[in-house]
Unconditional design. Structure first.
Length: 449
């Protein structure tokens, strides 16, 4: 197993005979049924809908410097190997044109080779240096992509020379034995539809959904701006939300400018209130007002209220997405509602108990509820004491209470003890890290002076 830790990477010697690299086919001669040369192999067209795409046509090129191209259906291909491609038809049946740029087709040379793709297994953007093909049922199937330096040397025609030099100085070099192959089932190509300016997601969206939010954000930032926008437009709402909340403000703003009003509204309506507030407070006031007008009225009022608090106060940090029940709710009813409820982000493990006037009475957690009897009232599961902060409490005060009582979330109340929201540990951590960096920069400036 090589350093990329993919389940399918090493190919045995016997199995290797069934494989061929695309670079070993490129520019090879193509012969008709009478063994007359008709051109050279330029590209392969594959069916992108397959888990492991199968070849469905090959593209021939002839002429220099004025190239001409012809696309041949795979049913007219007799065989293909490192010696070249052999057709079942006569050269008179071939129709050549001055260009080959059919955007509807998915081809190896144009859409995969030398392109950025997403590795959904290792959660990173990689560049394809070669394509590993498997001979199956007289067709070629994409099995892996080669992302190693050896794949690049092979495609450039330097593999044998480099192998010779490496073998001369170090016969046991790892370079000679290992291949950096990534199974195609973990690959998401990033070819942009020129009409819709989106990317067709061939891998299941769940492959992207299984990537941690922070990693998905890093993948996104590794792409160029055109791929960023096209990929974002292609994703489902859950994945859009994961990405948007894990990228920097500059990229968020660029994305928002590319979205229609309806898409922007849908996105912001599904982002946790604290994340939406962080984004909106950095925008010019006119732009903030415009976006608030797009959002659902109830949520827009809530965000407007949050924007009125200082960014370094509990009111400015809190999110209004939390779980709360009346004190006379049964444990069974509470758990059923939690199961059915949809959350904009992973919910904190705390459940709050409130009065009819929405005043904070107590708190419990998922563990206590699961261990309680179904017909017990939720109030009987409450902690002996519940600690909270006020809207104007400072970041330091919130951090102190969280550290002292080992809370992952802490409730925020107003002057009448009415529950307003909660602050989660990740919100405090990001604030404290930013504070630490600012302090470190000041120290370095003072040391220089």
């Amino acid at each position: 197993m090589n350093s990329f830790n993919h389940p399918i990477n090493n190919i045995s010697i016997s199995a290797a005979k069934m494989f061929i690299f695309f670079s070993q086919l490129m520019e090879k001669p193509v012969f008709d049924k009478n063994n007359l040369r008709v051109g050279e192999l330029y590209d392969l067209v594959v069916k992108p809908s397959e888990v492991y795409p199968l070849s469905c046509a090959l593209v021939i090129r002839k002429g220099f410097p004025n190239h001409r191209y012809s696309t041949i259906s795979w049913q007219d291909v007799q065989k293909i190997n490192q010696e070249g491609a052999f057709l079942k038809i006569d050269k008179t049946a071939l129709i050549f044109s001055e260009s080959h740029d059919e955007k509807k087709e998915f081809t190896l040379r144009r859409d995969i080779l030398d392109q950025q793709v997403v590795d959904t297994y290792n959660h990173k953007v990689i560049r394809v240096n070669d394509i590993h093909l498997l001979n199956v049922d007289q067709a070629l199937m994409i099995a892996h992509v080669d992302i190693g330096s050896r794949g690049l040397f092979r495609r450039l025609g330097f593999e044998k020379a480099i192998d010779f030099i490496v073998r001369l100085f170090n016969p046991k070099a790892k370079y000679l034995k290992s291949e950096h192959l990534v199974s195609w089932k973990y690959i998401q190509p990033l070819t942009i539809n020129p009409v819709s300016m989106t990317i067709k997601i061939d891998a299941p969206q769940k492959n992207l959904a299984n990537i941690p939010a922070a990693d998905l954000g890093d993948i996104f930032l590794d792409l160029n701006i055109n791929h960023q926008i096209a990929l974002f437009k292609s994703l489902n709402l859950d994945n859009k939300t994961k990405i948007f909340t894990n990228i920097d403000f500059k990229t968020q703003r660029s994305l928002m400018e590319e979205l229609s009003d309806s898409d922007a509204s849908e996105l912001l309506n599904n982002i946790p209130s604290d994340e939406a507030t962080d984004f909106l407070e950095k925008l010019p006031s006119e732009q903030t007002k415009h976006i608030l007008n797009l959002i659902e009225n109830k949520y827009s009022k809530r965000l407007s209220q949050l924007l009125g608090y200082s960014g370094d106060s509990a009111g400015g940090l809190m999110t209004t997405e939390y779980i709360a029940f009346a004190k006379d709710t049964t444990v069974e009813a509470a758990l059923n509602q939690i199961r059915e409820r949809k959350f904009k982000s992973e919910p904190a493990q705390f459940v709050y108990i409130i009065s009819p006037e929405h005043q904070l009475i107590g708190a419990t957690n998922f563990r206590r509820l699961m261990l309680a009897k179904p017909l017990d009232l939720i109030g009987s599961c409450a902690f002996p004491k519940t600690y909270f902060v006020h809207l104007d409490s400072s970041v330091k005060e919130v951090a102190y209470l969280m550290e002292k009582y080992k809370y992952f979330a802490i409730p925020v109340v107003n002057e009448n003890n009415i529950l307003q929201g909660i602050i989660t540990v990740d919100d405090i951590l990001s604030q404290m890290i930013a504070f630490a960096w600012r302090r470190l920069k000041r120290i370095k400036i003072m040391q220089k002076t």
